[in-house]
Design a protein around this ligand. Structure first.
Ligand SMILES: C[S@@+](CC[C@H](N)C(=O)[O-])C[C@H]1O[C@@H](n2cnc3c(N)ncnc32)[C@H](O)[C@@H]1O
Length: 288
């Protein structure tokens, strides 16, 4: 409820009011939770949507394994990892033969992950990058479309983004997909959530059944507000296909549609897309 209210405010006011609202529970947290606690303070878990912080983390770990083919020895990249909602359950699954790398644009959340997760699980690495996002980091100094991921080519087996492309605009998503394709091994998988616009979801939005009434066009996608477009961003299904294919990522169907728009048959809340990095076409190969 409070998060829904806060999400309607301009970024800087929202960030300030959230800190004030959660101040008493944060103080209690710092007095009672030990450095080995794997439960972050409420002021941070409140930022990552509903459904229960721990429950959603476990739900998605299941999807990574069942839909994305994640294996315990994989090298994994969590783009926009936040305060470790996915990393925390993965500490029980990923072995030090592979490892976990996560980055995010909110310094405080990365600090929490580095002081609570890495000391207990040395194969979990977290990094802060000061990237601009009008909703999450309005003072960020780097444009997402100028950011080179700080990892070698062909390094990861599995890359995921949960509720991150749902907060990014098309030029930035296109660049991130290029970077994902660069750091993935050939045959490596990318799993990402989107709000996909197709006949069904658009009809439900028109009928007033969607939890998110996307209506304002920004850079060819739909948002909830022009003042704060990155609060939530929806993409035409064809645009998702085109973005993946331009990056050399092949969609692994089906798209696992979510309940966000009010549909009755769904897997999760957001739509889940899995794609595979194709082998590059050898130069000089004939094109049919
Ligand atoms: C709804 S939260 C989801 C966090 C996390 N993925 C999870 O599922 O718990 C959206 C996250 O995307 C991050 N984010 C937004 N734009 C980003 C960008 N350009 N690069 C990396 N992270 C970004 C935000 O800082 C925020 O942590």
């Amino acid at each position: 409820m409070i998060e829904r209210l806060l999400s309607t405010l301009p970024s800087s006011l929202r960030l300030l009011l959230r800190r004030l609202y959660y101040l008493p529970s944060d103080l209690l947290y710092h007095l009672t939770a030990g450095a080995d606690s794997l439960v972050p303070p409420k002021s941070m878990t409140g930022m990552v949507g509903g459904g229960g912080f721990e429950k959603v983390g476990r739900e998605f770990m299941g999807y990574f394994i069942e839909l994305g083919g994640l294996r315990p020895d994989d090298r994994v990249l969590d783009v926009g990892c936040g305060v470790g909602r996915m990393a925390i359950p993965l500490t029980e699954y990923l072995s030090p033969k592979g490892g976990y790398w996560g980055f995010d644009i909110i310094a405080r959340e990365i600090r929490w992950c580095r002081t609570h997760i890495t000391p207990q699980f040395g194969h979990f690495h977290f990094r802060h990058v000061d990237i601009y996002n009008r909703h999450y980091n309005p003072r960020g100094t780097v444009r997402p479309r100028d950011f080179r991921f700080p990892y070698e080519d062909d390094f990861f087996d599995f890359v995921f983004l949960t509720s991150v492309f749902t907060h990014m605009l098309p030029g930035d998503v296109a660049h991130y997909l290029d970077e994902i394709a660069r750091v993935l091994k050939v045959g490596g998988r990318c799993m990402a959530t989107f709000f996909v616009l197709n006949e069904e979801s658009k009809a439900l939005i028109r009928a007033g059944r969607s939890t998110l009434p996307f209506r304002y066009e920004v850079e060819g996608c739909l948002t909830l507000s022009t003042r704060d477009p990155e609060a939530a961003v929806a993409y035409e299904e064809e645009a998702v296909f085109a973005l993946l294919s331009a990056a050399g990522l092949r969609l692994s169907p089906p798209i696992h549609y979510g309940s966000w728009c009010g549909r009755e048959n769904f897997l999760s809340y957001q739509d889940i897309v899995v794609a595979v990095k194709e082998a590059p076409v050898p130069s000089g190969a004939a094109v049919a």
